[in-house]
Design a protein around this ligand. Structure first.
Ligand code: PLP
Ligand code: COI
Length: 340
């Protein structure tokens, strides 16, 4: 039985669900972890996460398929990316197979919160880890907590598939050789000032350029870019300071193998952007969100796909990706984890 929630009108917000997974790292080892009901966390005022932001997270979704199953999309890649993140932040890796099992447990324990097929909503799953013991000299914690909660969500951008307007941002997201390629909480803390400022100026998101030269496209605060050329190629920026989006990596396969498109994963100069036919943001939360307009310090780049609807090639990519996620289209081997 589904919970009594108005699924079709959900935004991207937090709704507390029944159970969450909690595991603790102490004396150099993880305990077995368990599902708990308490959504609150008590910790020392001096916990490393509170003083030095030693925290990271992941994001993935569970879907109800056309034939009524509940599935997750490529959770093994989230497990791997979190392991990479933890290594860079001097945090202990939560074993990748245990990560996937814990995701499955959380979805099963909150199955009534998985939105029904066709509602437009999905169950967003948030694994995260943080240093919990008191630390006052700057050093990593010795004790950590790994948790996973889930919450039903609607579209990340209000208006769903309506094209958004973004601006070229004067702040940087990630330094060369910094932490842009991992999912560290600190990357999002630094994006809060620019996103509030963007919203105040009437823009939906920030386009970050490379911090060293400010001539190449990187990503937004929470999604990678995909562009479609006038002759129908998929072009997506490559850089060591971009988060390796699982959605983007999946779309590269979908474009090539399902739609017969040419795919270019390479540095993308901002100068080129005005010549693309379509532009979109991709990510777990964003799915594919079309960009209609980019404002570069008052100069507008208006994509031919316009401000009314998603362009035709992004729409094909969107339909194929969500078709795979919702069981309407056969998935490549290993992409779908059936939970219940
Ligand atoms: N880029 C950033 C900065 C993100 O926070 C996210 C969200 O996870 C993405 C890209 C998209 O990644 P994914 O497709 O794995 O959700
Ligand atoms: C996701 O897409 O899962 C993210 O983590 C993006 C976040 C900024 C909501």
């Amino acid at each position: 039985m589904s919970k009594d929630i108005d699924w079709s009108n959900l935004g991207f917000g937090y709704i507390q669900t029944d159970k969450r997974f909690v595991a603790n790292f102490k004396n150099g080892a993880w305990d077995g972890g368990a599902l708990v009901e308490d959504a609150n966390i008590t910790m020392s005022e001096c916990a490393c996460v509170l003083q030095y932001a030693q925290t990271c997270f992941e994001g993935l979704k569970a879907y109800t398929t056309e034939d009524g199953k509940v599935v997750c999309f490529r959770p093994d890649l989230n497990a791997k990316r979190m392991a990479d993140t933890c290594k860079r932040l001097q945090m202990p890796v939560f074993p990748e197979d245990k990560f996937v099992e814990a995701v499955e447990q959380v979805v099963k324990a909150n199955i009534e919160f998985v939105p029904p097929y066709g509602s437009g909503a999905t169950l967003y799953i948030r694994p995260f880890m943080f240093g919990i013991n008191p630390v006052i000299g700057v050093k990593p914690a010795d004790e950590y907590q790994f948790r996973i909660f889930c919450t039903p969500v609607g579209p990340y951008f209000k208006g769903g598939a309506k094209p958004i307007t973004i601006r070229v941002c004067d702040y940087d997201r990630a330094a060369p050789h910094g932490t842009g390629h991992i999912k560290a909480g600190l990357n999002y803390a630094m994006s809060l000032y620019p996103i509030v400022d963007a919203h105040e100026q009437g823009f939906d998101e920030n386009m970050y350029l490379d911090a060293a030269t400010r001539t190449y496209v990187e990503e937004t605060g929470g999604a990678n870019f995909i562009f479609i050329t006038k002759d129908g190629k998929l072009v997506t920026p490559k850089s060591d300071s971009i988060l390796p989006s699982i959605t983007r990596r999946s779309l590269m396969v979908v474009a090539e193998k399902y739609l017969g498109m040419t795919v270019e994963h390479r540095p993308v100069a901002f100068e080129e952007v005005k010549d693309f036919a379509e532009c979109g943001l991709c990510g777990t939360a964003a799915v594919i969100s079309p960009v209609g307009k980019i404002n570069d310090h008052g100069k507008e780049i208006c994509f031919p796909s316009g401000m009314d609807e998603m362009g035709p090639v992004l729409k094909k990519l969107y339909d194929t990706l969500t078709g795979i996620q919702m069981g309407r289209i056969e998935a490549p081997e290993g992409w779908i984890d059936t939970i219940g």
